[in-house]
Design a binder for this molecule. Structure first.
Ligand SMILES: [Zn+2]
Ligand SMILES: [Zn+2]
Length: 266
């Protein structure tokens, strides 16, 4: 495999039951269950493992009443990745479900947008509504990493390694970024919370936790521009991801999916 082609995995660690109406500004006319899954994503290639987001741990799951199905570290080990060997962690944004487990990757440097750190440490956090998806301990842990020389700041689009690029989206959180990865089936775009569910992207609908609605909608256009087809965009919280892609290995069905494989290939 050439050095700019990578394997990509979606690793589910948690689950949360909720009604469809809770997933959209303006609610939903269908009174049905529409649960969210929680994922981290691993990019594996010539430059080692690049992790996208770090999830949350059992204690945070209890605090936020979200179920941990398998801890993040266990999911990584299931595909042969030792957390303490990970050298790069991309943080899509600093919400509690994307930036916890902050001591699990002692060797990693963390890639973050300037805007996200400014947002999570600035005046907007004086407002309860805006700070709701953030945890002070997660943000403080990131500040400590800045002082330890372990944070790489990005402003807009940037390159992490050949074949791995970052793209600032904003919208859901002020400095939210997505990740585009070159793979054997073409570029795969890890949307993270730039699109929580396939339905948000397909129908132009908005998740209730939002900093800027206009940027969310522009973000959908950006995701589509970055990907060769809608099938190359991976939403951040959709349980359908694990149905649409094959398991990474036998025994990992419903837990770890291989995103650089053709859909329905296994
Ligand atoms: Zn979020
Ligand atoms: Zn999220």
């Amino acid at each position: 495999m050439s050095d700019d082609l990578h394997e990509v995995y979606a690793i589910k660690y948690g689950h949360h039951h909720r009604r469809a109406a809770e997933n959209y500004i303006g609610g939903d006319p269908h009174d049905i269950a529409q649960p969210l899954d929680f994922f981290v994503w691993a990019i594996v290639g010539a430059h080692g493992t690049v992790l996208v987001d770090t999830g949350f741990d059992e204690a945070m799951g209890r605090r936020r009443q979200r179920a941990i199905i398998n801890p993040v570290g266990a999911g990584l080990k299931a595909i042969g990745i030792e957390p303490d060997t990970v050298k790069d962690v991309i943080i899509s944004h600093l919400h509690y479900d994307h930036s916890g487990n902050y001591d699990l990757f002692p060797q990693a440097r963390y890639h973050l947008q300037d805007d996200e750190m400014a947002y999570a440490t600035g005046r907007c956090m004086c407002h309860a509504h805006l700070r709701l998806p953030f945890e002070a301990d997660d943000v403080v842990a990131m500040v400590r990493k800045v002082f330890a020389g372990r944070v790489v700041f990005h402003d807009g689009d940037d390159l992490v390694h050949p074949g791995i690029t970052l793209h600032r989206i904003g919208g859901h959180s002020k400095g939210l970024q997505c990740v585009r990865v070159n793979t054997r089936r073409g570029p795969v775009v890890l949307a993270s919370d730039a699109a929580h569910l396939y339905a948000h992207l397909a129908e132009g609908r908005i998740f209730p936790i939002t900093y800027n609605v206009g940027e969310v909608l522009e973000g959908y256009a950006t995701l589509k521009r970055l990907a060769p087809s809608p099938d190359h965009i991976v939403p951040g919280h959709d349980p359908l991801v694990l149905d649409r892609y094959p398991a990474a290995r036998s025994g990992l069905d419903g837990w770890v999916a291989r995103l650089d494989a053709e859909r329905g290939a296994g």
